[in-house]
Design a protein around this ligand. Sequence first.
Ligand code: PFF
Length: 450
Amino acid sequence: METNRGSWGSKTAFILVAAGSAVGLGNIWRFPYQAGINGGAAFVLIYIVAAFVLGLTVFLAEAAIGRATGKNPVCALRALKPNTRWHWFGAMGVVICTMVLSYYGVIAGWTLGYAAKAVGGEFSRPMDQQLVAKMFTDFASNPGLMLLLFFAFILITVLVVSRGVQGGIEKLAKMLMPLLFLLLVLMVLRAVTLEGSSKGLAFYLNPDFSKLNAAAVMSAISQAFFSTSVGVGIMLTYGSYLRRSNRLVSCGMWIIGLDTLVAVIAGLIIFPTLFTVPGMTPAQGPELVFVVLPVVFSKIPLGALFGAMFFLLVVIAALTSTISLLEVGVSYLVDYRQWTRRKATWLLGGLVALLGIPSVLSQGGSKFFSRLPVIGMSFLDTMDKIFGAYGYTFGALFIAVFVGFVWKPKAAIAEIEQEGYRFRLKKVWAFTLRWIATPLILVMLVSSFF
Ligand code: PFF
């Protein structure tokens, strides 16, 4: 059944690829803003607790399934619970990842376009917010250019994934992740040495516990799941290429730790820089990265270089995430359908390119997709709501229920404790999975409907 599967070269390789999946657009544009409006350091604290308690708990459950079976999400669940329907949830993970890739790749394409703009010196002349906002609208509503950038991003993703687990994904992560950290450090140094940067630091980090209401705590939890990439079969698939000698607990601590570190550092770059330019206010999502920051880059010393580094960083973060999204479906086609990796990657990549077209056109390129009838949102936002927000939370709930109550913590612990490793907190982990993570995610899912 299993041909051409491959495995990671080392534990470090696994940590880098999995951290590469986790570190993405969510860390750079979503986390800092969420922290800024939800009580600064107080939110950061809650986030860290959520990432390490819930994110790590579900990560261990998911990676244990992957390593125990050495299979993609569908075959893994079928192997653990044969003759049941549980593997349908594995198929759901494959679908969610493919659908998420079809719109995440569109935004990733924008970052590629902006990296090219930045390197080409477009942000070296003084600009105001109106001009940059117009530049972004013109850019995003240009269907030809948008399609080109999206296809280019998917093509790069396909080229890496088709080269295999070790020869493609691992090799790239080993090159890019250290570069990402280097860029981060250089940029923090630039940001905090700007005159007036302390105002931004105060906005970002002043602990304001009065803002920590139930909604803020929920935001921290859902951000923790999205940001750590757990719940949709990515860590299961990546875990399936692990060797028994690689300790899941320490891998998990590293992955969650690096992801959290990048998120916190991204805030240390964005806000100190932003607040040095009078009149700039923090925004969320596309606006922050594509409208607010270019203005700032055009006004600060060495801004053009800083801007080019920033967009390069975002491209790297996005690419290591799109790779993980494509790999889930590819591993399914290779294991289950017995396709060669090449065929699986090109065909699935082609499908994603088609599925992404409505998202590409939904930023002004087509009136219909920019504001869907009845729903009233753009196609891209709708995809994000269905597959990003609900899909993710539902996936995390499924993993917690499956490992907590069906496969059972005991079996997962036996997998975690392979090769003589002693998991000291196993009782705490099993309890957290069953009685903290499961009900909390359920509450989140239900409350998000209202
Ligand atoms: N975790 C990535 C981020 O924070 O941007 C994004 C991501 C990767 C989302 C993989 C979904 C996914 F399946």
